[in-house]
Design a protein around this ligand. Sequence first.
Ligand SMILES: Cc1cc2nc3c(=O)[nH]c(=O)nc-3n(C[C@H](O)[C@H](O)[C@H](O)COP(=O)(O)O)c2cc1C
Length: 199
Amino acid sequence: MTNPLNLDLPNKYSSLEETLNYAEKILMVAVDDTKTLFHTPVVSSFNNDEIYSRVMVLREFSLKDRKMRFHTDYRAAKVDHFNKISTASVVGYDPELKIQIKLQGDISTHYDDEVTKIAWDNSTSRSKKCYSVKDGSSKAITNPEDYDIKDFEVEEGYKNFSVLIFTFTSLEFLYLKSSGHRRAIHNWNGEYEASWLIP
Ligand SMILES: Cc1cc2nc3c(=O)[nH]c(=O)nc-3n(C[C@H](O)[C@H](O)[C@H](O)COP(=O)(O)O)c2cc1C
C-alpha cells in the first residue's frame, strides 16, 4: 500500500510481530516526516487528578530503548506535572494509514544536563528561537504582540529548554479498515508479552 510516507505498508496485518515492526517503522519515519500525523502525537499528563493533553513534536523514537523524546519550555505547566506524577500517555492517528498507535509509560524531565545539551546542539535555530519567548508558557497576557519573538540571541533560549523522555511499557496498534480490523497490544511490564484484542 503506498502512502504519503512512502512506507510499504500491508493491506492486512496477520501477525503480532508485524504490528510491532510496522509501528516501529511508522514512528521512526515520523520523527523527520512532517506529513504524517504521528509527527505530532498527543501527550497526556496528570495535573493532580485531572488529565491534560497537548500536541507535541516527536523528536526521537527508539523501540529498542522503548523511548520517545520531546522538547518543551522548562517554564511550561507540563514540566511541573511530570515532576509530580510521571505517568504519561502518548497517542497518534493517521487517517491516511488508518492506524492508531497508543503508548503508556512514564516521562522524566531534563534540564541543563547531558540529555538537554545534546538535544539543544542538534536543534535548528528555528526550533531554538521558541525558547527565547519572555516570561514563559501559559502566563495570562493582555497583548500577544508584546510576546512576538523579535530581538533575541538564539543561544539564550537554552536556559528555558527542557527535554521530556517518555519510556513506554505498552504499545497498542489499532488498524481500522474494512479488510479486517486489527488491534494488538505489546507489553513490557516484566517479560515481554503480546496479544490480539477485540478492536
Ligand atoms: C503542531 C503543534 C506542535 C507542537 N509542538 C510542541 C512541542 O514540541 N513542545 C511543546 O512543548 N509544545 C508544543 N506544542 C504546543 C502544545 O500543544 C501546548 O499548547 C503547549 O506546550 C502548552 O502546554 P501545557 O500548558 O500543557 O504545558 C505544539 C502545538 C502544535 C499545534
